[in-house]
Each structure stands twice: as C-alpha cells, then as structure tokens.
Design a protein around this ligand. Structure first.
Ligand SMILES: NC(=O)C1=CN([C@@H]2O[C@H](COP(=O)(O)OP(=O)(O)OC[C@H]3O[C@@H](n4cnc5c(N)ncnc54)[C@H](OP(=O)(O)O)[C@@H]3O)[C@@H](O)[C@H]2O)C=CC1
Ligand SMILES: CC(=O)N[C@@H](CCC(=O)OP(=O)(O)O)C(=O)O
Length: 352
C-alpha cells in the first residue's frame, strides 16, 4: 500500500478547517495527525463537531504546544485568521525545510508589500517568507504550485471572479477599463467566530452590500488580472452578504472588444477550460446557481449576451468553502505532493 502523507490542520475548529477534515477523511493518500484550535484547544474534535464522532481523529491542541523541529508532519494546512498566520508560518518554515504549507488566509497572497500594508492595515511580518509563496489558483499557476513550499490559497471572491475573466484577458477579447464584478457570498465566508453583522437576526431575510469600493479582495483581483493582462487592471468589485450558509455567485459585466460577440467570448472560455477538471462551462445563454456547486469543488460559468451592444454578462458559481477555500487547498496539496489533482475531490453537489 502506498504511504500516506501526514497532515496537520491549524484552525481545525473553524469553518474552513472542519471542511478540510471532511474532505481529507475521504482522501486515500493522507492521514490527519495533528489539529489545532485556539479557544477550543484541549477538546476532542467530536465534541466540537459531532459529525466527526465516527472517525479516529487527534484531539485539538494549541499551536504553541507543537515542536515543529520534531513533528512527524509532511504538509500543514493553515486555516487561521489573516494577520495571525504569517508569524506561525514563518516559524514553521524556519524550523523545517521539508514541511510544505498550504495557507488559506490572505497573508501571503499579495506580492507587493505596500499593497499588503495598505489593504490589511499593518506591515507584513514575514516578508522573506512571502517571496517563496505561489498564488494557489491551479488553473493559472499549476506548474509553480507543484514545486512550491508555500502555497497562498486564493480568497473565495477572487477565485470566483478571476477564473472567468482570465481567458478573456489573456486573449485580449475584452476592454480592461470597465470590468464590473458584482458578487454574493454565503455567511460562512465570514468565519465561525460569531460577530455582529453575521448573526442570524442580522443576516436572515435581507441582503446587503459591504466593503463597497474598498473590499480587501480588490487588491488580489487587481494583482492577478493585471498579471494576466500584462498591464494595470482595476476592476469595480462589490461583495454582498446573502442569507445562506454557503455558496458564492459572481455576476461580471464585461465589454467585448469591437468585432467580438458573446459567442466568441464563450468559445474562448470553453476552450481554455476544456481539460480543467474543476471548471465547467455551460452552453451560451445558460447561467449557474449556487445549488449546482454546493459541497463540490466545481466552478460553473455561464455567459449571456446583454441587450446593450458589446456587453456580455458572465455568471460564475462556487461553494465558498470548497473551490473557494478548502477544496482548492486540497487541490493544491495534491499538486504539491505529486498526487492526481482530483484525488479526494470528486464530490457531486448536494441538490436541492
Ligand atoms: N470561510 C471562508 O469561506 C473562507 C475563509 N478563508 C480564510 O481562511 C482562514 C480561516 O477562515 P475560517 O475557517 O472561516 O475562520 P473561523 O473563524 O471559522 O476559524 C478560525 C480558526 O482559527 C483558530 N484561531 C482563531 N484565532 C486564533 C489565534 N489567535 N491563534 C491560533 N488559532 C486561532 C480558531 O480556533 P477556535 O475555534 O478555538 O477559536 C479556529 O480554529 C481565514 O484566514 C479566512 O479569511 C479563505 C477563503 C474562504
Ligand atoms: C462573507 C464574508 O465575510 N467573506 C469574507 C471573505 C472570505 C475570504 O475569502 O476571506 P480571506 O481573504 O480572508 O481568505 C470577507 O468579505 O472578508
């Protein structure tokens, strides 16, 4: 039998951490050997999440109790709040050269330190480590991810909006100065620690925009879109909070370059992703729903010609906790460890 990689999950008591546990328990080539929490450190996982009671899992421990020099671990998933992550990862990487890391936080996604300081409100505390990070969108950076020691797993909104735009920018098929991304997220995107604004009474039976003209994911979007376009791109991006637990939908408005039709744009996206296991492009004129991806690692993309000449409406859907976080993190792990990319990620969406 092939050996199993030994996995640590930092932040296993959170939403993305527990989603990693759900996915990895069904992965044939890994074994979870270490899991951490902060306030819940010391508790058995089954006490925090009864759905895991039938499975043998280690108890939750505090990060401080781990000696990284001797820990029998091959790969660490870091599912901690941004800001707390960078010093933890720097200390692991300094202690051991052989441990690989997939970080789900935003700490290592931005390549320009000035951008990080501007959008996150403080200087980065591990800039030397940042240099080693690869932005973990497999469809764009697969080769670099495979040889990376530190993968910066993308944010959920950027994943949902960069993937449909990337082929269009690569082929110079759309204007770059008027891209509008209107995105909606389920409440689990805000994490498990209860806070004002994500409480049931404040979220149910209503929707609202937030971070208008200033959400921190704008920096990630601009960084990757500019890299692909080969020139500075600034997109309008407005996130909204929806009264649902998981799911994300982005409606993106683009202007086709003169002479290009919606059918051309559809053809470009369909061709770019024809061999991608986790990207599904609908026939022209159809659009996806969040229910079509709930629990799966798919992004589904649909395009429709607007009534406004040259305008094309692109709708994309992901599960924010799967392709938007833990599923994509497992995909990155598969690449880093040399496993088939789809291993452990073949779940079909739960419907209805
Ligand atoms: N939720 C989502 O859809 C997405 C989240 N992300 C990112 O992934 C990361 C994790 O998010 P999410 O799972 O939603 O967050 P949660 O709030 O649900 O979980 C956070 C986890 O980190 C632990 N923790 C909190 N503070 C500390 C600390 N100071 N030291 C050590 N451990 C700590 C918590 O432990 P305890 O439970 O004991 O307090 C918990 O295990 C974040 O950076 C987030 O931005 C990325 C993409 C999508
Ligand atoms: C609904 C909600 O609050 N969503 C989060 C994004 C979740 C995510 O992708 O966060 P990271 O960049 O930290 O990984 C937000 O808007 O900040």
């Amino acid at each position: 039998m092939a050996t199993k990689a030994k996995i640590a999950i930092l932040g296993a008591s959170g939403y993305t951490g527990s989603e990693l546990v759900r996915l990895l328990l069904r992965h044939p080539r890994v074994e979870i050997v270490l899991m951490t929490a902060d306030r819940k450190a010391g508790q058995p996982m089954a006490e925090v999440f009864p759905q895991f009671a039938p499975f043998a899992l280690p108890d939750l421990v505090s990060i401080d109790s781990i000696d990284w020099k001797t820990a029998a671990v091959d790969l660490v998933f870091c599912a901690l709040p941004h800001g707390t992550t960078q010093t933890v990862i720097a200390s692991i990487m300094k202690a051991r050269a052989d441990i690989k890391i997939v970080d789900l936080s935003a700490d290592f996604r931005l390549t320009n330190p000035a951008d990080y300081a501007r959008w996150y409100g403080h200087e980065h505390h591990a800039l030397d480590v940042q240099q080693e990070a690869v932005y973990g969108l497999p469809e764009l950076h697969r080769a670099a991810i495979k040889t990376s020691r530190l993968v910066a797993n993308p944010g959920c909104y950027p994943t949902c909006s960069i993937l449909p735009l990337a082929p269009l920018l690569k082929k110079k098929a759309i204007e770059t100065d008027n891209i509008v991304v209107d995105a909606k997220s389920g409440v689990s995107g805000a994490g498990r620690a209860a806070k004002e604004g994500s409480l049931y009474c404040e979220v149910t039976e209503g929707i609202h925009a937030y971070g208008v003209a200033g959400h921190r994911h704008s920096s990630e979007l601009d960084q990757e879109l500019s890299l692909i376009a080969g020139k500075p791109v600034i997109a309008t991006f407005t996130p909204h909070l929806m009264p649902m637990s998981r799911g994300m939908l982005a409606t993106t408005y683009v202007t086709a370059k003169r002479g290009r039709t919606a059918a051309d744009l559809h053809g470009i996206i369909a061709q770019a992703y024809a061999r991608e296991p986790f990207v599904h492009v609908l026939p022209l004129g159809q659009t996806p729903q969040t229910r079509h991806v709930r629990g799966s690692n798919l992004i589904i993309i649909g395009l429709v010609q607007d009534r406004v000449p040259n305008r094309v409406i692109v709708v994309s859907a992901i599960d924010n906790l799967v392709k938007g976080a833990s599923g994509q993190a497992v995909e990155n792990m598969n690449l880093v460890l040399g496993y088939p990319e789809t291993l452990g990620l073949e779940q079909i969406a739960l419907f209805p």
